[in-house]
Design a protein around this ligand. Structure first.
Ligand code: 5GP
Ligand code: MG
Ligand code: MG
Length: 178
């Protein structure tokens, strides 16, 4: 893999497509075991989680549903701090086993604000499946139940994650070059 340019910035390869695929399959297997007979409802958070959700669900072999919501809090390389619901939830989660599918936990603000709203709707259970976690950046506590990769506190693009709108289509993950 080669370094790439997205807008004005250079990025270096960090996680290959194969590394991601292998790990996503492992997480899917864990979920298949834990939720056998429970018909979980996956809720993907757009835009960043679209590719992770798609790949994860390909390896979910138990009965399951998926829906999406759109939350936004990021402008460029910094979290704006305000979490806005751009597209809301269109399913009733009461008494459902819900698994949130998120691209990355950075400061933790997004899920820290959003999970209590879901709890209020009384799901049977509420868990999180997260592609990436930046432990050094997380200041708002979030329970992560299924985590694919813990990464350093550096900006990344690819596999659903963007830099000012670009880079989401990259099949691998790249880290901002120092
Ligand atoms: P939070 O700070 O609330 O945990 O993260 C909010 C959102 O910011 C994430 O869901 C993700 O969309 C975006 N984000 C956080 N860190 C990164 C990063 O390193 N790269 C990209 N492209 N987006 C990020
Ligand atoms: Mg996100
Ligand atoms: Mg973004």
């Amino acid at each position: 893999m080669q370094e790439i340019k997205v807008h004005d910035k250079l990025f270096v390869p960090w996680l290959t497509e194969q590394t991601i695929t292998d790990r996503v399959k492992d997480i899917a297997a864990d979920i298949n075991n834990a939720y056998a007979g429970k018909k979980p409802l996956f809720i993907g958070i757009l835009n960043g989680a679209f590719m992770f959700a798609s790949d994860l669900l390909k390896h979910i072999t138990i009965e399951a549903e998926i829906s999406f919501i759109k939350l936004a809090s990021y402008k460029g390389m910094k979290s704006s701090g305000q979490v806005v619901t751009a597209i809301g939830l269109d399913v009733d989660i009461t008494d459902r086993h819900v698994i949130i599918v998120e691209d990355i936990i950075d400061t933790g603000k997004t899920l820290h604000q959003f999970l209590p709203q879901l709890h209020n709707q009384r799901p049977a259970s509420l868990k999180t499946a997260v592609l990436l976690h930046k432990p050094e950046a997380t200041i708002h506590p979030v329970d992560i139940d299924y985590c694919c990769f813990s990464i350093p506190n550096k900006f990344v693009v690819g596999y659903g994650l963007d830099y000012n709108g670009l880079g989401r289509n990259l099949p691998a993950i790249y880290q901002l070059k120092d």
